[in-house]
Write a protein that binds this ligand. Structure first.
Ligand code: TRP
Length: 375
């Protein structure tokens, strides 16, 4: 059987460089590799609502931003099905059945959900101050989103989920659900695998402030839609090695955000194009370590590399921005296609669970028979 991709993003804001190196760039490569029978890319609005119930307008407005980012990066509706999660209601029905295969304690152990609870508190106004109730103010929908994510993945029979490290526990949870379902009801669902970025810098791109993650709430993002001038300003404020005070001082490249970004973005041809005195990133790092290489020179190179990467994305974005109606049309058509696929899987699931009563001639015949004898 052919390989199938399903992945997606919550539409809570514009996509940034962390999304790009974490998954987006890879998706475009995979889409164009011809190795996959189908590629589904989902805007996870329903999942975004699980912790934005009070702000649906934010989600509503950001759907088009994410769609523009997708198309600008090179996701191509002729090759990939781009769709909106909430427009495929079959996903909810699948999740409702999967919920019976997952325990509360298993959900509580999900490390991503755990850290999200820890980060946000989720206190309940009625039980505030009671330590035994800490974290219990979490919406049920948010708590169960790993199960809904299992529906997203299995509905499309995905074999491959290109995503960042933070999604690993979700795929693990999905795999357990697939295993359980197939054991209980017979082989029906496809076992998916996560496809992680292949280098550490891409796995978790730090923010421009050097913090562990690029995140809108920390204000440390470079967005795909940022202008060349935005990029220049943001890179100039980036942390380097705090002990590298004078140009001649030896510097450290580990944990130096500017070099982490170069690990994620620079390619050999960037050196020929923008910094011909060096043949490779290794040479540049070597000089920095030795001393005699200033931060500004490295930053200027990074600005050139980032803008070289982003320029074609910006160009395409400009064109799609002039055709917003068409972008919605792409999502609408994608959602119709996605729905047909999910409906087929749901049919198979219902039949495996034997809740397809009206198609089950044998069930009806045996009940007729049973009651005939009781006359
Ligand atoms: N959880 C993902 C995020 O926060 C979005 C998502 C929803 C997803 N369903 C998915 C990703 C299925 C991969 C596969 O960005």
């Amino acid at each position: 059987m052919g390989k199938i991709i399903l992945t997606g993003d919550r539409p809570t804001g514009k996509l940034h460089l962390g999304h790009y190196v974490g998954s987006l760039r890879r998706r475009v490569e995979l889409q164009n590799s011809g190795e996959f029978e189908k590629v589904f890319i989902m805007i996870a609005d329903a999942q975004a609502l699980t912790d934005n119930a009070d702000n649906p307008e934010k989600i509503r407005q950001n759907i088009i931003e994410v769609a523009l980012d997708y198309l600008s990066c090179g996701l191509d509706p002729a090759k990939s099905t781009l769709f909106i999660q909430s427009q495929v209601p079959e996903l909810c029905e699948l999740a409702f059945y999967y919920m019976n295969l997952v325990t509360v304690s298993r959900l509580e152990r999900n490390p991503t959900v755990k850290s999200e609870i820890a980060m946000r508190g989720f206190s309940d106004s009625e039980t505030e101050g009671d330590p035994t109730q800490r974290g219990k103010g979490i919406p049920v929908g948010f708590y169960t989103y790993p199960i809904s994510q299992a529906s997203d993945i299995t509905a499309f029979k995905a074999t491959t989920v290109p995503a960042g490290e933070d999604q690993e526990p979700m795929i693990e949870q999905t795999r357990e659900i697939v295993h359980k379902f197939n054991t209980v009801y017979g082989p029906t669902l496809v076992m998916p695998e996560i496809l992680l970025p292949d280098n550490a810098a891409c796995m978790r791109l730090p923010g421009t402030d050097g913090k562990a993650k690029m995140s809108k709430s920390l204000g440390n993002c470079i967005y795909l839609s940022d202008s060349a001038e935005d990029v220049r300003k943001k890179v100039m404020t980036m942390y380097t090695d705090p002990n590298h005070l004078r140009v001649e001082d030896p510097g450290q490249v580990e944990g130096n955000t500017v070099f982490t970004y170069l690990d994620a973005f620079s390619r050999p041809e960037h050196f020929a194009k923008f910094l011909p005195d060096y043949a490779s990133l290794d040479e540049l790092k070597e000089h920095y370590r030795r001393g005699g290489l200033g931060d500004v020179k490295v930053k200027k190179f990074l600005i050139a590399v980032l803008n070289d990467t982003l320029e074609p994305i910006r160009e395409r974005r400009k064109i799609f921005e002039q055709n917003i109606g068409d972008v919605y049309k792409v999502l609408e058509e994608g959602s119709i296609k996605a729905r047909a696929t999910a409906a087929q899987t749901l049919k198979e699931v219902r039949s495996a669970m034997r809740i397809n009563y009206f198609e089950d001639r044998e069930l009806i015949a045996s009940q007729i028979e049973h009651y005939a004898h009781r006359k």
